[in-house]
Design a protein around this ligand. Structure first.
Ligand SMILES: C[S@@+](CC[C@H](N)C(=O)[O-])C[C@H]1O[C@@H](n2cnc3c(N)ncnc32)[C@H](O)[C@@H]1O
Length: 224
């Protein structure tokens, strides 16, 4: 299962206007675009914005911006997506972010949020350099209580497991630790524990070395 395969199973993407909030380097903006959507990618980190602008197809509109102050016109979007980004948005501005999402969706639209759980082999290894237990728990609590609030109606919730492939521990560090300065600093103190945790946690699936990240996708119909 991938995020976009699941999203496509519940919502038509061809021709609709989609904003990918907290897009990172734009991996899912690219998938949304490939599925036929007109995509705007919003990201708060200027380095990631610069990289996404360089790497993504030019029809994807990449903008620097924050979930709590979206640089988009009111009513301009059909669907807002947040893939693993809600728990990165500071808790004190999440309510404003939901208000902003309602504003850009206008009188009707959809909101699709996927959040990782604070468990799974991926989580058990990464938490040594960044423990997201509290923020992930808070996100799921928020999403489980959003149905019926402020025009959000939960249409679908699905749990699935993402499988991430890392042929070696070095490849894992390259993807997950080195791009983040805080994680890189934390790694210096836990390097051997982390390598042990990685070697204990990885599984072989179809000949590939993988870690698992369970997650839940919440799909809301939004109206005002
Ligand atoms: C774990 S990454 C997920 C990136 C991408 N959605 C993916 O799944 O590959 C979370 C992203 O949210 C971004 N972010 C954090 N706070 C944000 C905010 N207030 N507004 C917009 N993006 C934010 C981070 O900079 C980061 O790129």
């Amino acid at each position: 299962m991938t995020h976009i395969d699941h999203l496509k199973s519940i919502c038509k993407l061809e021709g609709i206007q989609v904003v990918d909030v907290g897009a990172g380097d734009g991996v899912y903006s690219r998938d949304l675009y490939a599925a036929g959507a007109k995509v705007t990618a919003i990201e708060i980190d200027p380095d990631k914005v610069a990289k996404a602008k360089e790497d993504l197809p030019r029809h994807i509109d990449v903008r620097l911006g924050a979930a709590e102050d979206l640089p988009l016109d009111s009513g301009s979007q059909d669907l807002a997506c947040l893939f693993f980004s809600l728990h990165h948005i500071p808790v004190e501005v999440q309510h404003t972010a939901f208000t902003e999402i309602r504003r850009v969706l206008g009188s009707s639209g959809r909101l699709h949020i996927v959040e990782p759980y604070p468990y799974g082999t991926m989580f058990y290894v990464v938490r040594l350099v960044e423990d997201e237990t509290l923020v992930r728990t808070h996100s799921h609590e928020t999403l489980n209580h959003l149905d019926g609030v402020d025009g959000f109606r939960l249409e679908n919730k699905k749990e699935y497991v993402l499988t991430r492939e890392y042929p070696t521990f070095e490849a894992f560090l390259e993807k997950i630790v080195w791009p983040d300065p805080d994680r890189s600093r934390a790694y210096e103190k836990v390097s051997s524990d982390m390598e042990d945790a990685f070697n204990r946690s990885v599984e072989t699936l179809d000949g590939k070395i993988v870690l698992h990240q369970p997650c839940a996708a919440y799909h809301f119909i939004v109206s005002c």
